[in-house]
Each structure stands twice: as C-alpha cells, then as structure tokens.
Design a protein around this ligand. Structure first.
Ligand SMILES: *Cc1c(COP(=O)(O)O)cnc(C)c1O
Length: 440
C-alpha cells in the first residue's frame, strides 16, 4: 500500500522529500532558463514567512478574512498603477496566467452574450504566438480562436487582424511580450482596430506586466502595451513570474468595473447558501495572496527597478555573447529578458542536447526550431561559463555534421517532419498520462 498504514515520522518524511528534490532542476545555480523566477534569498525568505503565516486562510471568503481582502485589494491597486490604469481599473487575483487568460476570454464572451445577443458563435482574433492558455480558453468556453500570422519581425500582422475581424468577433489579443520570442505585438494598432470595431482587446502581459514598466523607466525602448493605450480593455500580468512572488499568483485587470462584472459568478439556489465567486477556483490559497502583498511592499519601485537593471544588464551580456557566435542568430527584437536563438547552419536541437550534457537546460521551440532563454537575477553569475560552453558546444555540433540526433532532439525532429500534426497531439496526451504515473 502506498498510503502507509502507520504514518512516518516527520524526519522520515522530510528526508525522503530532500532525496527526491535532489534530482530537480537546479534553478538556484542559474542552470535552467524557465519555470523559476528567483530574486534572491532575502525575497525568498520573506515569501516563505508571509506564505506560511497565511497558509490555512482561505481567500474564498474575504468576509471571514479581512486581512486577505486587504492584501488582495492593495495588490490589485498597486498592479493597476504599474499598468497605468488610472482611477477606474479594477481586477482580481488568480492562481496564475492561465486562469487570468481564461477569465479575460470568459468575460468577453459573457459581455457579448449580454450586449450582442445576435452573436451566436463568438470568435477571438489572436496571433499564432499567443500563449496556449488562449487555446485552452477557446476549448473550454466555446470561443472560436481565429489565428493570424506574424510578420518577418515576429510581431502580429495588423493587416491580417483587420481581415480576420467578422461580425462574430468579440475579442482581440496581443502579447507584451509573447513567450516564444519575447517581442511585443503592435498593441497600439491592434487595440485601435479593436476599438474601431467595438470589440474588447486583451494585452497578455503575463511575462512583461511586472518587468516592462521598469525596463521602460531604465530608458530601454518599450512599445506601449498597457492601459495608456486607448482600446486596451484588459491585461493579464503574472505576479509569480517577474513580480517574484510565490507560485499561484497572477492578476487580471480590466479598464473599468462594468467589464469586470462579466467575469463574476453568482448562484442563488444552493441549499448551502447564496454563492458568489470572482474567478475559476473556489477555495483560494491565502498564502499566495499574502506573499504577493508582502513582496510588493518589500521591494517597492526601487527594489523592482534594481532587479530590472540587473536582469537587463545580464540579458545584454548574454545576447552580445550569442551574437558573437557566427552560427547563431537571435530571433526578432526582444523587448526585455526573454528571447530565442536559432541557427541556419547547425541543428539547434542537437546543440540543446550538447548543452544538457554540460548541465544547461534550454527549452526547445518549433516553427522554426529555436532555443529559449528567460533571464533572471540567478543568471548574473553564470554569463561567462554559459557562453564558453555554448561556443564549445556549437563547435562540437558543427564538427559532428549531420549525425543522427537523440533524446528530445529526435522527438522534435520527428514531429517537425509530420505533415498531419494529429499524431503529435496523441503523443502529448499519452505523455501527460505517463507523467502522472509514479516513477519507481
Ligand atoms: C507564463 C505565461 C502564461 C501562462 O501563465 P501560467 O502562470 O503558466 O499559467 C501566459 N502568457 C504568457 C505570455 C506567459 O509567459
């Protein structure tokens, strides 16, 4: 039996957990380029303390926990300020970027149901680089996803967006920046187009919402993406990414309360009482809400600016190093610390395998094949060794020529060669089931 008959001791439990953790991604060493956003031990210690202080409290009832209500209200007010929402912008905290995006799409759908009942099959227009959470929203909520291509510079094609709008369009989407290449879509033009057509516009700033505003203040060119752009009606911004708060915290902010109202859910006929809920989840972890408040207050503008400077300096050093390797090419013009590089001469999937053999985990991307980097303060110290290994690995792969590739490189190569991508979908579904089985 996997549930022990008699419980283990605290020491036994913790030692088993430490043992299992030893095989996890080594984010603290700056060896990984996704998933974990580490701003230093002072921030992490505060997160742990704030999180555990409210570990039992439940954000489902702000009436029972006025502390959580206070934290959430202030987090949202601070976020609306960072996103230049004026006095009218309001939002909710969610469990992550995906939930924020699901809510923005559902809000647009329900607003259309209320105000444009003639729309039978609602559609949203989005670039192919938009996060898969929008596909998930499409799948869950029955809003048809109408994809538009990107241009040579990897930004959404505004003319294609114009042509994609129909009488059923309820929402248009742009990213600031998009995850795959870190470039910001032409939000001003797209939002103007949306406004002209009387439809909502969502900026997905899950990645950039808590970094681009500081990067702009540091003097880097940052395209407009927030509520200062007329026509932008909602924005998702992830606290648990470049907000550096604990996992399970994001925000979705609307231009005004009359739009947000369509997000909320109410049910009056339950014997358990009158039920109202702002977002997808029922119970909401008090720890994630409290920790977000704590870190935002602790860092303040100065703290976020200091971290942003460190991140951008590190990004510049990494990009300069990559540009100095003739076989490699950075895609597009990344606006901040997220970018991808490819090669016209060597197989980048084979390069990723070679780097992995030296302990570096780079995420593989497709269409075209590229390797992804997401820079955090944890990378400040590893720029030189990383670039040295990258240069060496490019040499190794170039020297090996067209040799057979193994590991993930083989899977991506195989998928890339498929004309019908249905089988790739089945492979992913099988893989998900596989992942939920215990490894022995
Ligand atoms: C991470 C991300 C999301 C999804 O956020 P999760 O917190 O992983 O659910 C959406 N859009 C962009 C641009 C992202 O980077």
């Amino acid at each position: 039996m996997i549930l022990p008959t008699r419980g283990l001791t605290r020491e036994e439990v913790l030692s088993r957990m430490k043992e299992l953790a030893s095989r996890d991604a080594r984010w603290r060493d700056g060896k990984t380029w996704s998933l974990v956003y580490f701003a230093g031990d002072d921030v992490l210690d505060l997160l742990k303390e704030a999180y555990t202080m409210f570990i039992s409290e439940n954000g489902l009832s702000p009436v029972a926990f006025p502390s959580l209500r206070h934290f959430e209200a202030e987090v949202l007010e601070m976020t609306a300020g960072i996103l230049r929402g004026g006095g009218e912008a309001v939002g909710t905290m969610t469990s992550g970027g995906t939930e924020s995006i699901l809510m923005a799409v559902k809000t647009a759908r329900d607003r259309a149901r209320a105000e444009r009942p003639e729309v039978a099959q609602p559609e949203m227009v989005l670039p192919i680089t938009a996060h898969p959470a929008f596909e998930k929203a499409s799948h869950y909520f029955g809003v048809k996803a109408v994809h538009i291509p990107i241009r040579e510079d990897l930004r959404a094609d505004v003319e294609a967006a114009r042509k994609a709008v129909t009488e059923n369009t309820i929402l248009m989407v742009g990213s600031a920046p998009g995850y795959p290449h870190g470039v910001v879509d032409p939000i001003e033009q797209m939002a103007a187009l949306a406004a002209e057509n009387g439809i909502l516009f969502h900026t997905d700033a899950c990645l950039g919402g808590f970094l681009l505003p500081w990067v702009r203040r540091l003097g880097y060119p940052v395209p407009a993406f927030d509520f200062s752009v007329p026509g932008v009606t909602s924005i998702s911004a992830d606290l648990h990414k470049y907000g550096f708060t604990a996992k399970g915290a994001s925000t979705v902010v609307y231009r005004n309360d009359s739009i947000r109202r369509h997000q909320f859910f109410a049910y009056t006929e339950w014997p358990g009482g009158l039920y109202g809920s702002p977002s997808m989840t029922g119970a909401r972890p008090g720890g994630a809400i409290a920790a977000a408040w704590a870190v935002m207050k602790y860092l303040g503008e100065e703290g976020y600016l200091r971290i942003a400077r460190k991140i951008m300096d590190t990004t510049t050093r990494l990009q300069d190093g990559i540009r100095s390797i003739p076989e490699l090419r950075i895609l597009g013009r990344p606006a901040m610390s997220v970018f991808a590089f490819t090669s016209d001469r060597i197989n980048v999937y084979a390069l990723a395998e070679a780097m992995e053999a030296r302990g570096w985990k780079l995420d593989r991307q497709q269409l075209p094949p590229s390797l992804h980097m997401m820079v955090t303060p944890a990378h400040e110290r590893i720029v030189e060794p990383f670039l040295a290994d990258l240069k060496a690995c490019v040499g190794e792969v170039a020297a090996a020529g067209e040799s057979p590739v193994s590991g993930q490189a083989a899977i991506y190569g195989m998928v890339a060669s498929l004309k019908d991508r249905g089988p790739a979908r089945e492979i992913i579904l099988d893989f998900l089931g596989e992942l939920l089985r215990r490894e022995t």
